[in-house]
Design a protein around this ligand. Structure first.
Ligand SMILES: [Fe+2]
Ligand SMILES: [Fe+2]
Length: 173
């Protein structure tokens, strides 16, 4: 049975901690960028969907802190290059679209889904690693977050397919 003590020096465990630091940086920067997306949104439905995921994102940061604690580590951030790029793209997609337009909302949904997909794939791998390393508590925390990322992604798809994309298509200058 793997214990935390005899796990600490293993390269895989060290890599796991490094990736936790990457996610910790990512979640905090996603949290900072979400108000810009909410402000930029045209429809109330998108605005409220993003607002509720912002609240969940606050919990994602807290859960990562709890995960570090469960592993006897101090929470530390390592800059996530992928999130830096995706969040830059979010800003570009907002500035490339007209304020108050449906095209703007279609773009924000696309941008937000890029963020969600990155989170989903990261948490998916980290859950598999944590299960393998018997980090049960950490695995549970990450699964709670993954569930919310998945739901946020599905909610964005429903908004896009439930009318926003079609309205964006019908929009004229
Ligand atoms: Fe998140
Ligand atoms: Fe998310």
């Amino acid at each position: 049975m793997a214990t935390l003590e005899n796990m600490k020096d293993l390269p895989f465990h060290k890599f796991f901690i490094f990736e936790l630091e990457d996610l910790y940086w990512a979640e905090q920067h996603i949290l900072k960028s979400m108000p810009k997306m909410i402000d930029a949104a045209t429809s109330k439905a998108l605005e409220s969907g993003l607002t509720s995921h912002l609240q969940e994102t606050t919990a994602h940061v807290t859960r990562l802190e709890q995960a570090f604690k469960a592993l006897g580590e101090t929470p530390k951030e390592t800059k996530c290059k992928a999130t830096t790029g995706i969040l830059k793209e979010v800003e570009d997609m907002i500035s490339e679209t007209e304020k108050g337009s449906e095209v703007r909302d279609a773009a924000i949904i696309m941008a937000a889904q890029k963020v969600e997909h990155y989170e989903i794939t990261s948490y998916g791998s980290m859950i598999a690693f944590s299960k393998l390393m018997d980090h049960t508590k950490v695995s549970e925390l990450l699964q709670d977050t993954l569930r919310e990322e998945d739901n946020a992604n599905s909610a964005l798809t429903s908004l896009a397919e439930g009318g926003i994309n079609q309205q964006a298509l019908n929009e004229i200058d």
